[in-house]
Ligand binder design. Structure first.
Ligand code: AMP
Ligand code: ZN
Ligand code: FE
Ligand code: FE
Length: 299
């Protein structure tokens, strides 16, 4: 079986590996394909695709869009979307602006708790978008937490004292933009919405009506029972099944690319089904005058 990983982050968001290092790691681990799914950006996709050619690893252009649904953060994965599509580009621009305001909000809340983090130092710590893991890392560096996980528990997770929401966009908006850019939208890690999937069936039904194309069934920590329940949801709504490790490198040190040993290998067959679904879709409605995406040409 050829193993794959359809969920990974690079230094363009909150991963510690550059896209090339990520692809090299995939090669080292014997993965046949990976999707680069950085938070709210596709800036690393072309570098990853070039590295894929070099290392003989198939690279799927992806994104993980931050959305908010009834006050609840929801991550929507997008596969095979054209980054230059005007609607998606606009959404990505707005998400970046929102993130900047949000990061300043988090720093202001920390300041009120007597913790000063330097924004300039924070921005200098990465080439990509700044997320909570970078803030967590800085909190560890300054001695306010012993690990990234503890920094989240103490300050950054939902309901903690310095938490600020990351997005103002509903999931349906992300799904729409991914679809219009020729991609397939997939609900990421449903157990982070509720660990027992309470309310997830209703959410999947609602989002399916908005064009959701799949569910991330295989994910670290998903029990067999959880996977079975999600597979049932996929059958009910004719959704593709995907899976990934959500690799972040040293910013989530317990997770390896490919998910071993804490999750079973993800078979290439899932990617074939995803690609079949994409082939059946309309070509992205990109203005003729705009350059085609490198990601699209490889597909
Ligand atoms: P952000 O997009 O800035 O809201 O950050 C989301 C990222 O933070 C996720 O992709 C995870 O990598 C990380 N994260 C979220 N919750 C936790 C947690 N409790 N412990 C460690 N990392 C977390
Ligand atoms: Zn992340
Ligand atoms: Fe996520
Ligand atoms: Fe992720």
């Amino acid at each position: 079986m050829l193993p794959i990983d359809l969920h990974s982050h690079s230094s363009y968001s909150d991963g510690s590996h550059s896209p090339e290092q990520l692809v090299r790691e995939a090669r080292r681990l014997g993965l046949a394909a990976i999707a680069l799914t950085d938070h709210d950006t596709m800036a690393g996709v072309s570098e990853a695709i070039n590295a894929g050619v070099k290392y003989h690893v198939e690279v799927i252009p992806g994104i993980e869009i931050s959305t908010i649904q009834d006050g609840q953060p929801i991550h929507v994965l997008g596969y095979g979307a054209a980054p230059e599509h005007p609607g998606l580009r606009k959404l990505i621009r707005e998400l970046a602006a929102f993130r900047e305001t949000r990061n300043l909000g988090i720093l202001a809340r920390l300041e009120r708790l007597g913790i000063h983090l330097d924004y300039v130092e924070l921005t200098a710590s990465t080439v990509g978008l700044i997320g909570r893991p970078h803030i967590a890392r800085q909190l560890v560096r300054q001695g306010h937490a012993s690990s990234i996980a503890q920094a989240f528990r103490r300050f950054l997770q939902r309901n903690a004292q310095a938490y600020v929401s990351v997005s103002k966009f509903p999931a349906a908006e992300a799904i729409k933009q991914i679809q219009e850019a020729g991609g397939l939208a997939v609900l990421a890690h449903p157990t982070t919405i509720d660990k027992n999937l309470k309310g997830v069936a209703a959410l999947v039904k609602k989002l399916s009506e908005s064009g959701l194309g799949g569910i991330e069934v295989f994910y670290p920590g998903h029990s067999q029972k959880i996977c079975q329940r999600l597979l049932y949801q996929c059958e009910q709504h004719h959704l593709v099944v995907t899976g990934g490790s959500d690799f972040h490198g040293s910013l989530k040190p317990e997770i390896q690319l490919g998910g071993a040993p804490i999750m079973p290998p993800i078979p290439y067959r899932l990617l074939e089904e995803l690609k079949m679904r994409l082939v059946g879709k309309n070509k992205p409605t990109v203005n003729e005058s705009q350059s085609p995406s490198q990601g699209q040409t490889i597909w």
